[in-house]
Design a protein around this ligand. Structure first.
Ligand code: ADP
Length: 456
């Protein structure tokens, strides 16, 4: 439960909200406690009290100092304030609240009204305002200043309630957001998981690519993987079908001829010999095919144990062409090699020779008399490219993407020992050398196979 994205999100939001509101509350508290308005209001009230007292003093009805004091004390009492009368030499003459702690009044100076904060003997703070009287004495109004906690408590309506309300709203919002966000993130994940389950049961349901970027990447990768899996399963099925089919034909003829020999229907010794020859040829063909298939399987599995040594490609091609020249001359095909520099790659020389020998064999097979086969070696950056071009019949566009497949033969009628495995093996060998093989072809004009290998 605590591991679910939803809970985690909710906890995170909750923490963020608490911290944010805590900071706001602290700032508000500092502001409220330090608020100068509180003092200003206090001094204003005291000023009004003193001004009223002064006006009363000037009025005709007030004659004596005692009258003036009485007036001031009365007004102070209506404001719940304390009033003091100070003599010109600074002694407290009267105090409306003599039981309250004594004020440490500073020496009062000047002709105007003065305001200030003073501390009592017991350490509490008082706000005072003082008015100078005609006789040189002072009339003082004093009120205790509230403690910061008391100020906060008094102002709680102003800040505590809105904060609590804000917290509730934010919490509700966080709940909705966490719900929505977690669904947005997890829905595509659950969908991909469900698709993976059904894929395990053999059904491929494409995952819709939506939700957050990361989930879309995952969905795309999953779909790609599933498609490749399907393709590889399909090609595996095809492969098994092809192998069975390819083995069936020679086996049928072996079986037929062997039966004929056993039945005695093969006839005379000469006929028996020719039947035995067919059997031997077909068995040899099957043997070659099985060996090739085993080889392919090893290359596929990466257990072919390729050597890794420096291979000089120009010399390798020169030797190969030297070997093929008599065959080319017999076929009336011109064979040429073009290479400006030597190119060395790291790999298995015999295997690479197998690749080019296969390409050249194919070119010879498909190029009519009078045609040309050109081999070009070219260095390109960190790679070497070997192009084998012929002026043969070319490969139809619909066959082009398939010629590297196992058992694919362009011309099905032509069996002549070819099993359609040559290019498949060539591609596996080139891939094992971290290279790639590509083909370009125009029907009637010829084909070019390009092998690209990393230089040593
Ligand atoms: P195979 O030669 O045994 O049939 P490959 O794998 O070598 O098998 O080639 C597959 C198919 O590609 C061939 O059957 C042929 O149709 C086509 N092909 C290969 N090389 C050439 C070429 N140089 N010109 C025309 N077609 C070619």
């Amino acid at each position: 439960m605590l591991n679910s994205l939803r809970t985690r999100l909710l906890i995170t939001y909750f923490a963020v909200i608490t911290v944010a509101l805590g900071v706001v509350a602290l700032a508000l508290a500092v502001f409220i406690v330090r608020n100068p308005v509180i003092y200003r209001r206090l001094y204003m009230r005291q000023t009004i009290t003193l001004q009223v007292a002064r006006r009363r003093l000037k009025a005709a009805s007030v004659h004596s100092y005692a009258d003036a004091w009485r007036e001031a004390a009365q007004i102070a009492a209506t404001f719940h304030a304390r009033a003091l009368a100070i003599s010109p030499d600074g002694h407290v003459l009267r105090d409306t609240d003599p039981t309250a702690p004594a004020l440490n009044l500073p020496p009062l100076k000047g002709n105007r009204m003065v305001h200030g904060r003073v501390r009592t003997a017991d350490g509490s703070l008082w706000g005072i305002s003082a008015l100078r009287l005609a006789n040189g004495g002072w009339l003082v109004i004093a009120e205790p200043l509230p403690s910061p906690l008391k100020v906060l408590w008094r102002a709680r309506e102003d800040w505590l309630m809105p904060l609590i309300e804000a917290a509730l709203v934010a919490l509700l919002l966080a709940l909705v957001l966490a719900w929505w966000l977690s669904s947005w993130v997890t829905r595509p994940l659950y969908r991909t998981a469900a698709a993976a389950h059904s894929l395990a049961e053999g059904k491929f349901i494409p995952v819709p690519e939506d939700g957050p970027q990361e989930a879309r990447v995952l969905a795309r990768a999953f779909n790609e993987m599933a498609q490749r899996l399907e393709a590889s399963q399909r090609s595996q099925r095809e492969f098994v079908a092809n192998v069975s089919h390819e083995l069936k034909t020679p086996l049928t003829s072996i079986q037929g001829f062997a039966q004929a020999i056993l039945d005695g229907t093969a006839g005379d010794t000469e006929k028996i010999r020719s039947a035995a020859r067919v059997i031997a040829d077909e068995a040899a063909r099957m043997h070659r095919m099985v060996v090739t298939l085993l080889d392919l399987a090893r290359l596929d599995a990466g257990t072919a144990n390729l050597r890794r040594e420096n291979v000089a490609l120009r010399s390798l091609l020169e030797n190969l062409l030297l070997r093929l020249r008599p065959q080319a001359e017999a076929a009336g095909v011109d064979l040429s090699l073009e290479a400006d520099a030597e190119a060395t790659v790291l790999g298995d020389g015999d295997r690479l020779a197998q690749v080019f020998s296969n390409l050249l064999d194919n070119a010879l097979k498909h190029t009519p008399r009078g045609g040309k086969i050109a081999v070009r070696l070219r260095r390109a950056g960190k790679f070497v490219e070997i192009a084998v071009s012929d002026t043969g019949e070319g490969i139809p566009p619909e066959s082009l993407p398939r010629i590297f497949e196992r058992f694919y033969r362009g011309d099905k009628s032509r069996t002549g020992g070819s099993a359609g495995l040559g290019l498949a093996i060539a591609r596996e060998i080139v891939r094992a050398h971290r290279g790639e093989i590509t083909v370009q072809s125009t029907v009637g004009q010829g084909s070019t196979f390009v092998v690209k290998l990393p230089l040593a």
